[in-house]
Write a protein that binds this ligand. Structure first.
Ligand code: CP
Ligand code: NVA
Length: 301
């Protein structure tokens, strides 16, 4: 069994295997109704717990549907409704859950919660987003890039905005998959220091985006950020909005990505989100296929 905690903790060959499997599984069910089972059912007889300590649309639905397509069953649990929200330790929760289910996906706040869950669970644990990282999202994003444009290795990826959890997973991926990653945003919202050795930081968004193959952004205020910081963040991040003028600086065939949910006309304009460079709904769809491959990798099935 293997956990899937962060992209920098999974070796490049395994990551490549996940993307290949995701592509094949997607192709194999082309045109089929969403609720129809796959031809092979590797999760038959398996129970998967999906634990959410934060809201979610894509992660919740794509994991739930993905498990069912592969023949398994799910329990969708809110952290607040579990004893987790009332003082039971993460370690004890992990031990107990391991007696009932075959796989745990958790969306939580602190990375330490995820790590403690993985340390004490006897079944694989998948990171469904923490304050620090969002590896499932980036696997879907890489799958989407390669589906449209071929290998990501050697490409120029530019992140404009907050150096947040989704950025951190992109940075991990840049090392594992060998692409160039530039961060453009205000110094106060810089990525975590450990990442700065292998990314480029360019404060001027127009210069940063020049010739980019992929431009990415995310919400200016993440779920774990205090709402009181909203106005300050908006003021700091406004120059980093992805709009038509900024996209015009990228390569002519550049793609635009956003993990969603988006605040339209804040971090990116609707013109860009709905424009010819945008692949945001392919990204959302590919969460389903990428995560099915991640679950198979974790369970070795
Ligand atoms: N992108 C993403 O993880 O979306 P949800 O918060 O809706 O799961
Ligand atoms: N950075 C965002 C991503 C949501 C999928 C957040 O953590 O709220």
């Amino acid at each position: 069994m293997q956990h899937f905690l962060d992209i920098d903790q999974t070796d490049p060959a395994a990551l490549r295997g996940i993307l290949d499997a995701a592509r094949e599984m997607k192709a194999a069910r082309a045109g089929r109704p969403r609720g129809a089972p796959d031809d092979i059912l590797p999760l038959e007889g398996r129970m998967v717990a999906l634990i959410f300590e934060k809201p979610s649309t894509r992660t919740r639905v794509s994991f739930d549907v993905g498990v069912r397509q592969m023949g398994g069953e799910t329990l969708v649990l809110s952290g607040a409704d579990m004893q987790l929200g009332h003082g039971e330790t993460i370690a004890d929760t992990a031990r107990v859950m391991s007696r009932y289910v075959d796989l745990i996906m958790i969306r939580t706040f602190e990375e330490a919660t995820l790590v403690e869950m993985a340390e004490h669970a006897d079944v694989p644990v998948i990171n469904g987003l923490t304050n620090r990282s969002h590896p499932c999202q980036i696997m879907a994003d890489l799958m989407t890039y390669e589906e449209h444009r071929g290998p990501i290795a050697g490409r120029k990826v530019v992140w404009s905005g907050d150096g947040n959890n989704v950025f951190t997973s992109f940075a991990h991926a840049s090392r594992q998959f060998g692409f160039d990653l530039t961060f453009t945003g205000p110094e106060t919202l810089d990525p975590e220091p450990a990442l700065r050795d292998f990314i480029t930081i360019e404060r001027d968004p127009a210069r940063a985006v020049a010739g980019a193959d992929l431009v990415v952004t995310d919400t200016w205020v993440s779920m774990h950020d205090p709402q009181s910081a909203r106005e300050r963040r908006h003021n700091q991040l406004r120059p980093y909005q992805v709009n038509a003028a900024l996209m015009a600086r990228a390569a002519p065939d550049a793609l635009f990505m956003h993990c969603l949910p988006a605040h339209r006309d804040d971090e990116a304009t609707s013109e860009v989100m709905d424009g010819p460079h945008s692949v945001i709904f392919d990204e959302a769809e590919n969460r389903l296929h990428a995560q099915k491959a991640i679950m198979r990798h974790c369970l070795g099935v």
